[in-house]
Design a protein around this ligand. Sequence first.
Ligand SMILES: Nc1nc2c(ncn2[C@@H]2O[C@H](COP(=O)(O)OP(=O)(O)OP(=O)(O)O)[C@@H](O)[C@H]2O)c(=O)[nH]1
Ligand SMILES: [Mg+2]
Length: 420
Amino acid sequence: MNAILVGTITSQDRYDWKDSLDELADLAKTLGIHPIHRITQKIEKPNNKTYIGSGKLNEIWIAVHTHNIEIVIFDDELSPTQLRNIQDFLEIEIMDRSYLILKIFEQRASTKEAKLQINLAKDLYLLPRLSFLREKESRIGGTSGSLATRGAGETQKELDRRHLMAEIYRIKEELKQIKAMKLSQIEKRKKNDIPVVALVGYTNAGKSSTMNSILQYTDAENKSVLEKDQLFATLQTYNKKIEYDKKSFILVDTIGFVSKLPHHLIESFYQTLQEVKNADLILHIIDSSNSHIQQQYQVVCDVLYQLGITDIPTIFVFTKWDKTINSSMEIVGKKNIMISNKTKYHIPDLIKMIVEEISPSTIHSSFLIPYTEGQLISLLETQSKIYQKEYQDYGIFYDVELPIKLYSKFKIYDLDLMVS
Ligand SMILES: Nc1nc2c(ncn2[C@@H]2O[C@H](COP(=O)(O)OP(=O)(O)OP(=O)(O)O)[C@@H](O)[C@H]2O)c(=O)[nH]1
Ligand SMILES: [Mg+2]
């Protein structure tokens, strides 16, 4: 199926329009659509009624008929009005970026929760567009079969609308139950005090592969997660308990991010990102070989910000180092590491870094240090946080927060150990 891709170039765009269209082309290809032509328009603000100007619409109409085009895909979410007007003018199948992403998610969803989430997002998208999307439904991918045909009678439309609303209600109820169950699992884990480490990143960055590499090098349940060269291979969160060096943590694989995600998807699907909100550590996975590395990094930061995730300690993990000639990106002053899931370069170092981050780095203790231990006293004075200090008969009493690595030097003077 041949397609034309249509994008606008506005002054407020946060992401490069060309990158955005490249990505739209990749998204379309995953559904078996062939984007063979692109049309763009420089515009201050998209037109409320037709998204682009009427001159451009004419240009598209001509292109449709010269290139044997069957579908026109817009690189933004179109409002119901824009969609209807464009469809009336071009008399050809129209799709927008949101619907394309929804379709991909629909094809990939395999678990019950993922299917419910995607159905909800799709129903919410379709509700205001109900009366003119039937044709599209039946041509790309599966069909829901219950949508009104173009020009169907008002009664039928109303019935379809009610049917959809009832379905939305039912899905929301089911999802509520699943969410309650998940929350209680999170609570339980918090009580057990097992730290949670969440992998987040742009789609196809290598999150699942990194999870599998970590699983290979640690004592974990010997199961792997799906990794694939495909946009949105992972469509729900997966948890694995990991043991390493007598420490354990839960590693969480998540759905990838992409720019201009349909907002219904952010709302409903990203409920599954609760796990990330509760994480003790985030591994922000960045594909170092990707030419759009900077934009992808920005999208992930933006989505995390939208989700209210701003103050969780983060390690920036640059994957695919084996095929990176020179990375155009550097995150100065932050914890980062370059790895390869192919050659396993730096995987043990990454695991050590994770364990270090999730292990407490200081210890709270009370000591009685003899006056003769001048060196220890000066170490405490300079390296620890002192809560209380008292000169006593046999030495100085200290109540302090001390770096764990120094603790062994002071262990014999630990008051808790002396008493017992
Ligand atoms: N050469 C190389 N390829 C890698 C590396 N890490 C991942 N890949 C490949 O990149 C592709 C995507 O990897 P995934 O781990 O599925 O990516 P993801 O971030 O989980 O993607 P989604 O679940 O789709 O969001 C796969 O084909 C992997 O084999 C790496 O370090 N080096
Ligand atoms: Mg994945």
